[in-house]
Ligand binder design. Structure first.
Ligand SMILES: [Ca+2]
Ligand SMILES: [Ca+2]
Length: 259
């Protein structure tokens, strides 16, 4: 009887540990956009034939972010027929997964903004409604923003200019970056710590995410992205795995000593 009580309490303790682990280990990484939702179907989003600005909104994003993907494409310089194309979704002959691609025909400069701010009505310039309620850290585990580039083509430039702006009710955080040219896929990673942030900004309560590609308007810059997500740094992920292993090992030792 005594032994049964002990087993019962061990079982309860194990359940408590499992519960704590389940509660403590958040969903990570957080996919901000994998472009699996095309806007609109099937693939071509915008064919810009003039030097203009064109906003496009698309609902139905991944549950973690929700709301819409707002895109503003601006072609600078001389208008040419088919001067730029901004594509999202699937193109089986080119990409096996969802993609966001900006391609110029000829050499205009195309500046493109991706905005995630909930569901709002955008005009010729994007409106930032700041309606998200997103813990980018995934409960404290994520500390990097990772963008999976399929390619970056920036002839004559150091790379693709990228401005990332985040906001939370207490302030904003920004980061400017140059993504190097590459003909093959790579992941461009930015640490949360690298952002210039207001004291009141928190990665745990992000209400808008905005990425501006080629804001300065460098001519003939093309790129393609497969995924944007918040991820743990490899060292952080290793710590979590080590911690989890230690807890499981301790649980096993307790169970074994109880038998
Ligand atoms: Ca919108
Ligand atoms: Ca918006």
């Amino acid at each position: 009887m005594k032994r049964t009580c002990m087993q019962t309490s061990i079982f309860a303790a194990t359940l408590a540990i499992v519960f704590c682990l389940t509660a403590a280990v958040p969903a990570a990484p957080i996919v901000i956009d994998d472009f699996s939702t095309p806007n609109p179907a099937p693939f071509f989003l915008v064919g810009i034939n003039h030097d203009n600005a064109l906003p496009v909104e698309q609902a139905g994003l991944a549950e973690a972010v929700g709301g819409e993907r707002d895109i503003l494409a601006v072609v600078l310089g001389t208008p040419n027929p088919q001067s730029a194309q901004v594509l999202t979704g699937f193109e089986a002959s080119l990409f096996v997964e969802g993609v966001f691609q900006v391609a110029t025909a000829g050499n205009p400069a195309t500046s493109v903004t991706l905005q995630y701010d909930g569901t709002d009505t955008d005009g010729a310039t994007l409106v930032n409604a700041r309606l998200l309620n997103l813990d980018l850290t995934g409960g404290g585990m994520n500390d990097e923003l990772a963008i999976d580039f399929i390619s970056v083509d920036a002839p004559g430039a150091p790379g693709l200019d990228l401005l990332i702006s985040l906001s939370s009710p207490g302030g904003t955080a920004t980061l400017t970056d140059i993504v190097p040219e590459s003909g093959s896929p790579f992941t461009h990673v930015t640490s949360f710590a690298a952002f210039a942030a207001d004291p009141g900004f928190s990665f745990k309560n992000v209400d808008s995410i905005e990425l501006v590609f080629n804001g300065p308007g460098v001519m003939d810059v093309d790129f393609a992205i497969g995924r944007i997500q918040a991820v743990p740094e490899p060292s952080t992920a290793a710590l979590w795995v080590a911690g989890l292993a230690a807890l499981l090992s301790a649980r096993r030792r307790r169970t074994e000593s109880a038998v």
